[in-house]
Design a protein around this ligand. Structure first.
Ligand code: GUN
Length: 297
């Protein structure tokens, strides 16, 4: 048997279309579409690509996009001053500061400076705390996207064994909190975990978020499992020609697909969901801040 593919590209497109519909309704009712400020510091090429996509999709969904591009030499004080200005601006509903930041800037300090009500990345300690305690708040986009993908194949996750490989603040920890809130039995595995293959083999839901190309092998996957691959790794692909590269996930796809019931591809799985969820979070933040009735997304 080979796994069925969870088509993140299609699910993300549907979510963006829903966001666009809601944004148009809000603009018609309240005279203003939600506004997202994206801040890019420096010239990291991957970050430039991500921010370019965020700006394009924000506009395409009918949201207002406000872009700030600062030089790599920007001081922490100057970035904090911009964040303070965006916090105070009533026309800004969401603030995203693209990571990583240049080394002279303490990212934790910048994240903590963002108004939690505008923190569409869900990285502020207040939002992380609300997620951990199940008291609402804005949820990080990538794990939120993973949960939405899981829900397309299984409505009720309660009682399932979920293993999250990776313990980052951006993916692993919030993913674990979301799965726990769905009443899964959650294990968070990481680089120090003993016998990782055996831990993974217990998983009905296996979420890989380690950033190591094809680390999770086929025989680590329980037959019938749902595999969510968050990894986006560029590796050499000499078979495509000299100097060529290709994108792979954290999961050895072909092997894992032979065992799983459902699997997300790379690219076209989790990746497109992240920006779609960012747009959804921007609408959620705008409605909460402005006291607008929040339609379901
Ligand atoms: N860099 C890589 N992923 C992300 C993300 O989700 N949000 C931000 N702000 N920066 C990132």
């Amino acid at each position: 048997m080979t796994a069925r593919i969870i088509d993140g590209k299609a699910v993300a497109a549907a979510l963006r279309a829903r966001v666009a519909e809601v944004a148009a309704g809000l603009a018609a009712t309240y005279g203003k579409a939600p506004g997202l400020a994206v801040v890019l510091v420096g010239e990291d090429p991957a970050s430039q690509v991500y921010v370019g996509s965020k700006v394009k999709m924000t506009t395409e969904a009918g949201l207002r996009s406000i872009e700030h591009v600062l030089p790599a030499t920007t001081s922490e004080a100057d970035l904090l001053a911009l964040v303070a200005k965006l916090n105070a601006d009533p026309e800004i509903d969401g603030i995203l500061v693209q990571l990583p930041l240049p080394k002279q800037i303490d990212a934790d300090k910048v994240i903590a400076a963002i108004d939690p009500a505008k923190d569409v990345d869900g990285f502020h300690p207040v939002n992380a705390g609300k997620l951990a305690t199940g008291t609402g708040g804005l949820v990080p986009c990538t794990p939120l996207g993973c949960l939405k993908l899981l829900k397309t194949v299984r409505d009720d996750l309660s009682g399932l064994d979920a293993v999250v490989v990776g313990r980052s603040n951006i993916v692993g920890k919030p993913m674990a909190a979301l799965l726990l809130a769905e009443s899964c039995t959650v294990t968070v595995a990481h680089s120090r975990t003993r016998d990782l293959p055996e831990v993974c083999r217990r998983a009905d839901i296996l979420v890989a978020a380690v950033g190591r190309p094809e680390m999770i092998k086929g025989d680590w996957v329980k037959p019938g499992a749902i595999v969510i691959d968050v990894g986006i790794n560029r590796i050499d692909a000499p078979e495509k020609g000299p100097g060529k590269t290709r994108l792979v996930g954290d999961v050895a796809y072909d092997e894992a697909a032979a065992k799983a019931e459902w699997i997300t591809p790379v690219p076209g799985g989790v990746g497109p969901m992240t920006i779609a969820c960012l747009l959804a979070n921007t609408v959620t933040a705008a409605c909460a801040r402005r006291g607008w009735a929040a339609p379901a997304l």
